[in-house]
Unconditional design. Structure first.
Length: 298
C-alpha cells in the first residue's frame, strides 16, 4: 500500500544558515512519499540561491515581500491542496527533524480520522533531551497560552498520543481535507498564536488536535525574532495574544483575563526594568496600545 502523500513546507525569512540543516534532516527522512518545498518570504541573505544550488530537488516558492509566517505557510498549503496531497508538514526553518518523525505523525493521524493537526515532541536544539513543547494549553479565565512540558527533561511523562488545546506550527502535520471547513491560518496575526487560533477553530468544529510523542523535532528557539527575549518578540506576542482572546473568549472570561493580564504585564515591566532592558518594557506598552486601537502588527 502506498503511503499517504506528505508535502513538507518550510517557511523561511533570512534564515540561510538555519535552512541548510533543516532541509538536510527533512531529506534524510525515511518516509517514502515525501516532497519538500521552501516558501521564502523575500529573503535578502542568499537563502534562495542556497536552495537552488544545494537542494535542487526542493521546490522553491518565492514571495516578493515578507507577509509573515501565516501568509507564507498558507501559500505552501494552497500549493499542496492544488497538487492533491493528503498532508502538509509545516516546519520553521530553525528546526531539525528525526528521520522517523514523519512516519510517526502520519500513523497517529491515520489512527485518528478526526485529527486535523498532529504535532511532534519538540525539544530545545541546544538541550536535546529538554522539552520545548509537548503540545499546548489555553486558559480562557486567565488569558494564558503556554506550552505543555516546557523546560522539563523528557522522562517519558508524555509517552502516548493525546489531545491538546493546540500544537505549535513550528512543526505540525496538517490534514488537508479538514481545511475545507476550518480554513487557512489567519494572516492578521503576523507571528505568534496563529497556530493556537487555528487549532481552536478546528476543535470548535469537532476535529482533534494531537501530539504524537514518538515524532521528535529539535528547535533553535526564537531565531526568527532575533534569538532570546527581544522587544520585537514581546510586542508581537502581546498583540497576538490579545487578538486571540478577543476572537475566542466569551464576554464573562474577561472578568479574569483583564486583571490577570494586567498583573503579568506589571510584573514583566518591573522585571525588565530591573534587568536593564527598558526596550522590552516599552514593547509591552506599544503592544497594549496597538491592541486597544485595533492595529495590525507592525
Amino acid at each position: 500500500m502506498v503511503d499517504p502523500s506528505v508535502h513538507a513546507v518550510v517557511v523561511n525569512w533570512n534564515g540561510r544558515e538555519l535552512l541548510r540543516p533543516c532541509l538536510r534532516t527533512l531529506l534524510a527522512s525515511r518516509y517514502s512519499n515525501l516532497k519538500v518545498s521552501v516558501v521564502d518570504n523575500a529573503s535578502t541573505d542568499g537563502s534562495r540561491d542556497l536552495v537552488k544550488e544545494e537542494f535542487p530537488g526542493v521546490r522553491l516558492i518565492t514571495n516578493e515581500e515578507n507577509e509573515g509566517f501565516a501568509a507564507g505557510a498558507n501559500r505552501g498549503l494552497e500549493r499542496a491542496r492544488a497538487a492533491g496531497g493528503d498532508y502538509v508538514l509545516l516546519m520553521n526553518n530553525d528546526t531539525e527533524i528525526d528521520a522517523d518523525a514523519v512516519a510517526s505523525l502520519v500513523e497517529a493521524a491515520r489512527d485518528n480520522p478526526r485529527a486535523a493537526f498532529v504535532g511532534p515532541m519538540i525539544y530545545y536544539h541546544d538541550r536535546p533531551d529538554v522539552i520545548w513543547s509537548a503540545g499546548g494549553s489555553v486558559s480562557f479565565w486567565s488569558g494564558g497560552v503556554r506550552h505543555v512540558g516546557i523546560r522539563e527533561h523528557d522522562r517519558g511523562q508524555f509517552d502516548s498520543v493525546r489531545g491538546v488545546d493546540y500544537v505549535t506550527a513550528c512543526a505540525v502535520l496538517v490534514a488537508l481535507e479538514p481545511l475545507n471547513e476550518i480554513g487557512l491560518m489567519d494572516v492578521g496575526y503576523f507571528m505568534y498564536n496563529e497556530d493556537t487560533d487555528w487549532c481552536v477553530r478546528a476543535t470548535e468544529r469537532g476535529y482533534a488536535v494531537l501530539v504524537a510523542p514518538r515524532a521528535k523535532v529539535w528547535h533553535k528557539v526564537s531565531m526568527s525574532s532575533g534569538g532570546g527575549l527581544t522587544a520585537y518578540k514581546v510586542y508581537h506576542r502581546f498583540l497576538s495574544t490579545f487578538r486571540f482572546f478577543k476572537r475566542h473568549a466569551r464576554p464573562y472570561h474577561w472578568i479574569g483575563i483583564l486583571p490577570a493580564t494586567a498583573a503579568r504585564a506589571v510584573a514583566f515591566v518591573v522585571g525588565e526594568l530591573l534587568r536593564g532592558r527598558p526596550e522590552n518594557a516599552a514593547a509591552i506598552f506599544r503592544g497594549a496600545g496597538d491592541s486597544i486601537r485595533g492595529r495590525r502588527a507592525r
